[in-house]
Design a binder for this molecule. Structure first.
Ligand code: ATP
Length: 306
């Protein structure tokens, strides 16, 4: 029996290794799109996550040829908090998230996670603790199941279905004759923007990182899809520190705190209600989205629980 078992065991191992490699590849590609400007310090230790508190202290950074992309950012994000970022195009939202991934080092200031300067820890350990739901969720030419397991290849059936349910994908999966075995991607079933986003959220729920980064696409969703995506986000952020960049403000209106960037600086910060009362940049952006029918006040109702 051992003679049969041994190769199978090795195959299983190879499969897991390859799956793990593909997860790492996604991270690698994210890095490769940017110049490798950072390196691990000699003898750098692994990041030791105790709760997932994030602190930006006096962080400034300028892209090549720019005066500044973000400037003097001070932010204290307690472990488990949900922080929403918004602001005009070019305000520095993506730059701030990339600095947290350490795709660049700040020119001044420091970023700490649980008291450790991210410049002092290994990049692998840093990125291993950060989950990302990108603007454009990539689907591979394989089954929906494989696409979801990409978040955590060794997840069991119960964990997979839990993620599918929490990401509000269950009704969609149940509507497919082949369910989770449906082929998706370029040569398979095309998923809508809202469905893809929920696949990204299901992957994140499966992966269960202590810190989650949501970088929302600009595209508008119909109000039903919007409500489903909202509910999936509410599930994904639960129990972890979340930094979410949103273009549709309804996505972050429920955040513990909103940070509104303008020209690389923090223009205003507070809760949705506080910022509306303030009547500043956020209030005018919110009014403009209401006008355009993009932000329904109903989204401020509590998220339905599973
Ligand atoms: P958007 O909402 O359009 O995504 P944003 O708020 O995320 O915008 P960033 O992408 O962080 O803004 O850009 C901040 C500033 O840095 C802008 O002036 C932008 O032109 C500049 N910038 C961003 N990325 C680069 C880059 N790779 N090289 C040079 N300049 C860049």
């Amino acid at each position: 029996l051992m003679q049969v078992y041994q190769p199978l065991n090795i195959l299983g191992w190879a499969y897991r290794e390859i799956k793990q490699a593909s997860v790492d590849l996604e991270r690698l590609f994210q890095v490769l799109r940017l110049k490798p400007e950072v390196a691990d310090k000699p003898g750098a230790a692994a990041l030791d996550i105790t709760g997932g508190a994030v602190r930006f202290s006096g962080v400034s950074f300028a892209h090549d040829g720019r005066d500044r992309s973000v400037e003097a950012i001070d932010l204290d994000i307690p472990a488990g908090a949900f922080i929403g970022f918004a602001g005009p195009s070019g305000a520095g939202k993506s730059t701030l998230l990339r600095l947290l991934f350490r795709f660049y080092d700040p020119s001044t200031g420091r970023i700490e996670i649980d008291g450790q300067n991210i410049a002092d820890v290994t990049q692998a350990s840093l990125r291993g603790q950060l989950g990302l739901v990108p603007q454009d969720v990539v689907l591979f030419n394989t089954s929906l199941r494989e696409n979801l397991l990409y978040g955590r290849p060794d997840a069991d059936e119960a964990a997979l279905w839990d993620a599918v349910t929490r990401a509000r994908l269950k009704a969609f999966v149940d509507s497919l004759p082949l369910g989770l075995e449906t082929r998706v991607g370029e040569r398979g079933l095309k998923l809508s923007g809202g469905e893809k986003q929920r696949v990204g959220l299901a992957r994140a729920i499966l992966r269960d990182p202590p810190i989650l980064i949501l970088d929302e696409a600009t595209s508008a969703l119909d109000s039903r899809t919007e409500a489903e995506v909202q509910a999936a986000i509410a599930e994904a952020v639960r129990g972890r520190t979340t930094l979410a960049v949103a273009h549709r403000l309804s996505t972050i209106a429920r955040a513990d705190r909103l940070v509104i960037l303008d020209g690389g600086r923090i223009a205003e910060t507070g809760t949705h209600a506080e910022l509306l009362a303030r009547g500043g940049l956020y209030a005018s952006m919110w009014a403009a989205q209401i006008e355009a029918g993009e932000a329904a006040p109903a989204v401020l109702a509590p998220a339905p629980s599973v």
